[in-house]
Write a protein that binds this ligand. Structure first.
Ligand code: C2E
Ligand code: MG
Ligand code: MG
Ligand code: MG
Length: 282
């Protein structure tokens, strides 16, 4: 891994460009060992509401720490976990970590700050997602609305009926459901009409230039209008500057997430800086 950085920033190692198959195998073997030993950490990024930037939830994002102190991004290892089946044990570990974090939040006085978990297609299709969620909620004495679920459109393309059944079950069990990376999955509008969801997250690709590019702006406007008419909350992700933040407010977006509002960080870091009364970002 030639270009590791010495700070704790995320290292975008891309296994698909690993120089040779030996390197790829090495990567896969270390990953397998790390899953077995639970050598990961969870970071949490705030989501805020308009107009007052109050923190309304946290998104849990997994990282794989390396011996040299760098962190490998989930985009570089979640797909490999998906292909190899490691995602099920890893996902179970994530559920437990998130429930534990939710308990810590409650104990620190954050009574109603849900944590969102990214669920991959294999986990959604597995038969024990709902049971696992109920089990951790029980184990940490959490109520309804402590844990939210994020799914991508792509996880709903195959086995759609099964996915929709699980989503209904999740919602009736008190786990709100968000559709992540919205706009990138080519789902048809009729399809969206019938989906049991509480929230849409506009993909960062449309937010990146929303403050100056007419095409991006048009798409964001359309997604916000869609959310309003279907009564689904719309959150924008990947907001990095005030002009994007302001644009989305002026155009009726319900919530915001991105480095401008807060970077993903350890829960201890979040708790060290924020109190339930002072949970405004930044
Ligand atoms: P996602 O769920 O769409 O998460 C948002 C990603 O955008 C995160 O990348 C986050 O760090 C990044 N981000 C947030 N604000 C900004 C910003 O202002 N600018 C830019 N450029 N990026 C921003 P991350 O942490 O690398 O995660 C990538 C993806 O990996 C996630 O996309 C999610 O699909 C997946 N993932 C993360 N954690 C988990 C997990 O625990 N389980 C599963 N199955 N997938 C996960
Ligand atoms: Mg997400
Ligand atoms: Mg996303
Ligand atoms: Mg994404």
């Amino acid at each position: 891994h030639a270009h590791l950085r010495s700070d704790r920033s995320i290292h975008y190692f891309d296994p698909s460009i690993a120089k040779n198959s030996r390197e790829k195998l090495h990567f896969a073997a270390s990953l397998k060992r790390a899953v077995k030993r639970h050598e990961f950490e969870m970071h949490f990024q705030p989501m805020t509401n308009y107009p007052d930037m109050r923190v309304i939830g946290l998104e849990a994002l997994i990282r794989w720490p390396q011996e040299d102190g760098t962190l490998i991004s989930p985009t570089d290892f979640i797909p490999i976990c998906e292909e190899s089946g490691l995602i099920l044990p890893l996902g179970k570990w994530v559920l437990n970590q998130v429930a534990k974090a939710s308990r810590e939040l409650k104990d620190a006085g954050f009574d109603n700050l849900p944590i969102s978990i990214n669920i991959s297609p294999t986990e959604l299709r597995s038969n024990d997602l709902v049971a696992n969620l109920r089990a951790v909620r029980e184990a940490y004495s959490l109520g309804n609305n402590a844990i939210h679920i994020e799914l991508t459109e792509s996880s709903l393309i195959e086995h759609r009926d099964k996915a929709v059944a699980v989503m209904k079950q999740l919602r009736s069990d008190g786990f709100a459901v968000a559709l992540d990376d919205f706009g990138t999955g080519f789902s048809s509008l009729s399809y969206l009409r019938d989906l049991p969801i509480d929230m849409l997250k506009i993909d960062q690709a449309f937010i990146r230039n929303v403050d100056w590019d007419v095409r991006s702006a048009t798409i964001c406007d359309a997604i916000i209008a869609l959310g309003k008419s279907l009564k689904i909350r719309v959150i924008a992700e990947g907001i990095e500057r005030s002009s994007q933040y302001r644009w989305l407010y002026q155009h009726g977006c319900d919530g915001a997430q991105g480095f401008y509002l807060g970077k993903p960080e350890r829960l201890s870091a979040f708790l060290a800086r924020r109190t339930p009364e002072k949970s405004r970002a930044p």
